[in-house]
Design a protein around this ligand. Structure first.
Ligand code: 5AD
Ligand code: SF4
Length: 491
């Protein structure tokens, strides 16, 4: 594992190491020297801000980027009025791109006030050649652009950008390497995402992820276990195992391991209390995984199982490789095997050629599965994907109308499902002091529902039994109970 002191020992006048991660340690030491000089000139500590767009993978990547910036001597701040600003971008839907362009306009004004400011862009959006071209031409104040495959080289790129007068652009088309043992700076002391694999091989016809995140690569189980053990030593009680399709974990390893086998090993880690994972592709969900979830003391009873569409016809064009009936059978099996399971999903409306009948099939699945919650998306055309070239795009007003109808059904069912645990006393992992009311703390049940209850900052990171008094739609108000006698704190 990475240790901070190692940087001090590195001789940066010597030769640059060829091997990773030593090469990056060398560049971190070098960047640190440059940051020290610049901050001496400025007469104050230099600040850095990372803004993350998109999914949990990006959030985890940002923790790694933050770890490197912190080790090079930057003081991390929330505001973009900083000496170094990095946007970790998302491109899964067009809206994500538009947000980044909007923010860049704001950054250009900040840079006018602070010409020493360094602006960097990375993440999925940067893997699209048209985006990089646009930035090169129209956003010339940007200093550094890199992609998803060379993120481990951030320290090296940072030094290159410091030493260059021009925009530094380094984008790789793909990679088969995974560099271990780089630092990271967690957002939460008590929980962490842990990558178990990178990339996606599924090529759903609407999705840009396989193009911008590359082919599937799994980390070795030993590396994953070691990382989690270190996290637990550092106070982490909950991990979220991350991958675009965790159910195909380990297939391409030299010694193949299944996701269920990995979970069994993670379960053994002493001190770890909760295990979550994301995302599961329905086509690869094994009976063995259901069995592990059922037996486990630590795996949370929550499964995110993207449906995308309820129409078998559309699912085929989406290249999802399951039918409506297969999905329903799987959901039924899950509900029967793990009754307390919280099932959540992603649904796209307005995929090219979607008819009212297809949409009705989606509503039918939602009514039958009764999701605990669902993310609903309006189909967004992504250049380069097969669906973008399909001619029968659905008119905007039709899509909006379907979206609203789906949303109200999803919300109605979700509220009913949330009521399932009312009146029970269940363990809650306390995450923060409530933003609106400082007398309350906010935490999550194992099934991922949010609970607010009276408490103090000292409770953050602890798992406490909470009586679920009142359900307010998608969250609860509760009260702590005395763990010994099960009585209410009010009594
Ligand atoms: N348009 C709309 N939603 C999309 N998603 C992926 N690609 C698109 C797209 N082109 C959604 C899927 C996926 C989630 C992460 O984003 O539902 O599960
Ligand atoms: Fe995209 Fe499909 Fe891969 Fe998920 S499984 S990232 S939706 S291609």
């Amino acid at each position: 594992m990475f240790k901070e002191i190692e940087l001090e020992r590195i001789d940066i006048s010597g030769e640059v190491p060829v091997e990773e991660p030593e090469r990056q340690y060398y560049y971190m030491a070098k960047a640190k020297r440059i940051v020290e000089e610049r901050s001496a000139q400025a007469g104050r500590a230099l600040t850095a801000c990372i803004k993350t767009f998109g999914c949990q993978m990006n959030a985890r990547d940002s923790e790694k980027l933050r770890g490197i910036l912190e080790n090079t001597g930057y003081r991390i701040v929330e505001q973009e009025e900083a000496d170094f600003v990095l946007y970790n971008t998302c491109t899964v839907r067009e809206n994500a791109n538009l947000k980044v362009y909007g923010h860049l306009g704001y950054l250009s004004n900040l840079k006018k006030k602070n010409p020493q400011m360094v602006i960097a862009l990375c993440g999925c959006m940067m893997q699209e050649p048209e985006v990089v071209e646009k930035i090169r031409k129209s956003y010339r104040f940007v200093d550094l652009v890199f992609g998803t495959h060379n993120i481990y080289k951030f320290a090296e790129l940072l030094v290159t950008a410091f030493e260059s007068q021009r925009m530094v652009i380094d984008i790789w088309k793909d990679t088969d390497r995974i560099v271990e043992d780089l630092p990271s700076e967690r957002t939460y002391a008590f929980k962490s995402g842990v990558n178990i694999m990178f990339g996606c091989n599924n090529f759903c016809s609407y999705c840009i992820v396989p193009y911008v995140r590359g082919r599937e690569r799994s980390r070795k189980p030993e590396d994953i276990i070691h990382e989690i053990e270190e996290l637990v030593k550092d106070g982490v009680v909950e991990v979220m195992l991350l991958g675009q399709n965790v159910n195909s974990y380990g297939k391409n390893l030299e010694e193949p391991v299944t996701f269920a086998q990995l979970l069994r090993r993670v379960e053994q880690i002493e001190g770890l209390e909760r295990i979550r994972f994301m995302t599961s592709h329905p086509k690869d969900l094994s009976d063995d995984l259901i069995q592990v979830m059922k037996e486990s003391e630590k795996i949370c009873p929550h499964l995110h199982l993207p449906l995308q569409s309820g129409s078998s016809r559309i699912l085929k064009i989406m290249n999802r490789k399951y039918t409506k009936e297969q999905y329903l059978a799987l959901a039924e099996k899950l509900r029967a095997e793990i009754p307390e399971l919280s099932l959540t999903t992603d649904i796209i409306v307005g995929f090219p050629g979607e008819t009212e009948e297809d949409f009705q099939e989606t509503l039918d699945v939602v009514r039958r599965v009764r999701y605990d919650s669902a993310f609903t998306f309006i189909y967004s055309k992504r250049t380069g994907t097969p669906a973008a070239a399909m001619e029968n795009q659905v008119p905007e007003d039709v899509v909006k109308d379907r979206f609203n109808r789906l949303l109200s059904l999803v919300q109605e069912i979700s509220q009913e499902m949330s009521l399932r645990v009312q009146g029970q006393t269940l363990p809650v992992l306390v995450e923060s002091v409530n933003e609106q009311d400082a007398n309350l703390v906010t935490g999550r049940l194992a099934n991922n529902l949010v609970v607010h209850f009276p408490g103090t900052a000292e409770m953050i990171g602890k798992i406490v039994p909470v009586y679920l008094r009142e359900c307010r739609g998608f969250y609860y108000y509760g009260e702590t109970v005395n763990a010994q006698d099960g009585t209410n704190s009010r009594n």
